[in-house]
Design a protein around this ligand. Structure first.
Ligand code: ATR
Length: 273
């Protein structure tokens, strides 16, 4: 049976085996999908061993995505732009192909929620790996403006300069930000510590769409805050998780699974519905 897995540390609570098992059932593909949690300095060896022993492909999550970028034989254009790899496929001619499906997953999830990206004004919070992965796919949707704000402003400036060739992207300090934005995407890890990015409440209005790449069984700190200040459309990163997985599954198997039912089952599994 074809073998796949996700590398991460920690990875025990990963939902990827659940998601890919449902995709495989739905598309009638014979495969198994497991977990691997190598020590942080043993990832390269573990990756090599997995493919030497017949593995067909894997996902890579925190903290290995940047390292995976350096370990594959070939990179897809979107992985090159993201500077990180979350999906690896062993091709028929024995090449390890590194891809990144995170940004595509974000865009697919935004669209499935009916969010219009073309001609929109987008505010992206954070300038780490998650923001970097999102930039090219977001700019490909032709927003009229994409502003990056980050606690460490110089990192936002560097990122804006790096992606400037792809569209109208600029950096602004949090305290400079002024309405109106149509969509705010939180790519910071602040919600993990129950913290908030330092955003002025005046930026939130009833027609704004709020997206937090984080998710949990209840609202993230950022989503709760945005709702308190009047946001009506809020989305968390669970849909992005399922969509990036669907994109990875498509890379491996050449068949695109449906995501709606799987997302529903995942919510049920997490106790969200
Ligand atoms: P990831 O790969 O998930 O993007 P990362 O590369 O460590 O993780 O980046 C985390 C991002 O969250 C950074 O932009 C970080 O801001 P700094 O560059 O100033 O460190 C941002 N971040 C983390 N905690 C935050 C907080 N409490 N408030 C605002 N931004 C925060």
């Amino acid at each position: 049976m074809d073998r796949y897995l996700v590398f991460g540390h920690p990875v025990r609570h990963s939902k990827s085996p659940f998601i890919h098992t449902l995709f495989a059932r739905q598309t009638q593909q014979e495969l198994e999908y497991g977990l691997a949690e190598p020590a942080v300095d043993e990832f390269a060896q573990a990756l090599r061993t997995f493919f030497d022993q017949g593995g067909k492909g894997c996902n890579v999550t925190v903290p290995f995505k940047e390292q995976a970028f350096t370990l594959v034989d070939r990179l897809s254009p979107r992985a090159k732009r993201a500077g990180a790899v979350n999906t690896i496929k062993l091709t028929d001619d024995g090449v390890l192909l590194g891809d990144n499906t995170d940004g595509a997953g974000l865009v697919a999830d935004l669209k499935s929620h009916g969010v219009t990206l073309a001609d929109s004004r987008i505010l992206l919070l954070g300038a780490g790996g998650a923001a970097r992965g999102a930039l090219a796919p977001l700019l490909a949707e032709l927003p009229s403006e994409l502003v990056i704000a980050n606690r460490t402003h110089t990192k936002a400036q560097q990122l804006a300069a790096e992606f400037h060739d792809l569209g109208p992207v600029t950096a602004q300090a949090y305290e400079q930000l002024a309405v109106p934005f149509d969509l705010v995407i939180n790519s910071t890890s602040a919600s993990l510590q129950g913290e908030l990015p330092p955003l002025a409440p005046a930026l939130i209005h009833t027609d704004i769409a709020i997206y937090d790449m984080m998710y949990g069984a209840s609202d993230t700190a950022f989503i709760s805050w945005a709702k308190q200040h009047g946001a009506r459309q809020t989305m968390d990163g669970l849909g992005m998780l399922v969509e990036q997985a669907a994109e990875a599954f498509t890379v491996w198997r050449g068949i695109r699974p449906g995501t709606k039912q799987v997302l529903r089952e995942l919510k049920r599994n997490l106790g969200v519905i």
